[in-house]
Write a protein that binds this ligand. Structure first.
Ligand code: AMO
Length: 426
């Protein structure tokens, strides 16, 4: 007989089944012992009659998080909280949990974030964290579904690299035999090169930034979703990102209702045109707070902006050239600004992107202007000089999006095993 998953039992009334799982809760009364069994699909009540001594003798030794096997008959029950119960004919203990455990899996006793992260092996079994990572899995699946439907190719670029793409200060150094290498901060030049062959590419992978930012939104290892498309303008890319977000979020609410109910978080409305606000306009909104043209928009200033325009998805477009990376394409009629965007939910930046420089000579000029050494980019320059189409793309922080969707407070909550300045374990 195969393992029955606990969400299947409503269809198996009066049938004998074999279930496996963890002891979630135990309730002891004069006549009965009630065990709530949990597996990856749900929960079920096991009703043990104390007069059935052979079974009771095993069951009375059970503790939270012991792993057990139960063979029994499914009964519909008016009084059981879950509507069904299993009357066992056999119980076996497969694995004992040593007490005291580091964390209460039922979530009734709350724990500090550090305890939750240190004891990930237990907190992942909690209904709320379990739901968050099921939503993450679905999120990535729906992104892939959307892009495969539209002819995109999924790529896998190297994570050990020789030269920086997003500014030198935030690189992790890795000893690579006899030379120095770095952990990739983004797939930028590789995804651009691939768009020159496959046209429409995407990648979902982890990247590394030695950022010493202790904020609820920064990690040193973060999961990025990157897109690059040949023959797309930055407005085409924003159109793509907007329809992708609407598809993915609506699909999550449709298919993952159970997980969102567990988290008790309100649905985010995506039923409106995501506004494209020019950087210039943002500055005029923020001028009363002393913000000037050319200033970067810090989290503090973006919070002021959120106060003015509300908490919603929107783009900030046409950033000053000085504020964007070397590969960003300038406006032909005004080289002071770029064909670029940030994509925000309220104050929080979720993604950034734009059109790219696709001419080798222009890139060399730009690198020199930014005091970067063109020799370090010789491969990329060759690619640009070999018939590179105009192209555009974006990079989106999956965990920042998940944080918003699950109404979490800290990005580390929505990462299985987060890495930040203070955390390398577990
Ligand atoms: P950028 O540096 O803006 O752009 O990064 C893109 C998105 O990645 C997420 N992100 C992070 N998330 C958590 N912790 C971090 N330390 C962190 N750093 C970045 C954010 C951010 O919006 N190559 C460009 C993208 C492109 O133009 O295609 C890039 O890396 O959500």
């Amino acid at each position: 007989m195969k393992k029955t998953y606990l969400n299947e039992i409503p269809n198996l009334v009066d049938k004998e089944i074999e279930v496996y799982g963890w002891v979630h809760e135990i309730r002891d009364t004069a006549k009965f012992l009630f065990i709530i069994l949990r597996d990856s699909a749900g929960k079920a009540q096991i009703l043990i009659n104390k007069e059935k001594t052979e079974i009771y003798n095993v069951a009375k030794e059970l503790h939270h998080e012991d792993v057990i096997y139960v063979k029994g008959i499914v009964k519909k029950s008016e009084i059981a909280r879950l509507g069904y119960e299993i009357i066992p004919n056999e119980i076996k203990i497969l694995s004992k949990a040593k007490h005291p455990l580091a964390l209460d899996v039922t979530g009734k006793i709350n724990a500090e974030l550090n305890t939750i992260l240190d004891a990930r092996y237990l907190s992942l079994r909690r209904d709320d964290y379990n739901a968050i990572f099921k939503i993450q899995s679905a999120l990535v699946r729906y992104i892939r579904e959307f892009l495969y439907e539209r002819g995109f190719i999924e790529i896998f670029t190297p994570k050990i690299i020789k030269f920086a793409t997003e500014g030198g200060a935030e690189l992790f150094q890795v000893k690579y035999f006899d030379e120095i290498s770095y952990l990739a901060q983004s797939p930028q030049i590789y995804k651009e090169i691939c768009s020159g062959a496959f046209e429409k590419v995407f990648e979902i992978a982890s990247y590394y930034r030695a950022e010493k930012s202790r904020t609820p939104y920064h990690l040193t290892e973060f999961l990025s979703f990157d897109v690059e498309c040949a023959f797309y303008s930055y407005h085409d890319i924003m159109d793509l990102l907007e329809s992708l977000m609407k598809f993915v979020i609506n699909k999550l609410y449709e298919k993952n209702e159970k997980e969102f109910n567990i988290l008790k978080c309100e649905k985010i409305n995506v039923d409106y045109k995501f506004e494209r606000i020019k950087y210039d306009e943002v500055i005029s909104i923020l001028e009363p707070y002393g913000i000037k043209w050319g200033d970067d928009l810090t989290q503090h200033t973006l919070k002021l902006l959120e106060g003015k325009i509300g908490k919603k998805f929107f783009f900030i477009i046409d950033w000053p050239t000085e504020l964007k990376p070397f590969y960003t394409h300038e406006h032909e009629d005004n080289p002071k600004i770029t064909k670029s965007f940030d994509f925000n939910y309220g104050f929080l930046e979720i993604a950034s992107g734009g059109e790219r420089i696709y001419n080798g000579d222009k890139l060399v000029q730009k690198l020199k202007k930014m005091n970067l050494n063109p020799e370090n980019f010789s491969l990329f320059i060759k690619a640009l000089d070999s018939g590179m189409p105009p192209h555009a793309g974006f990079g989106l922080g999956i965990s920042r999006l998940l944080l918003i969707l699950t109404n979490s407070k800290n990005i580390k909550e929505v990462v299985l095993f987060p890495r930040d300045v203070d955390r390398l374990i577990p």
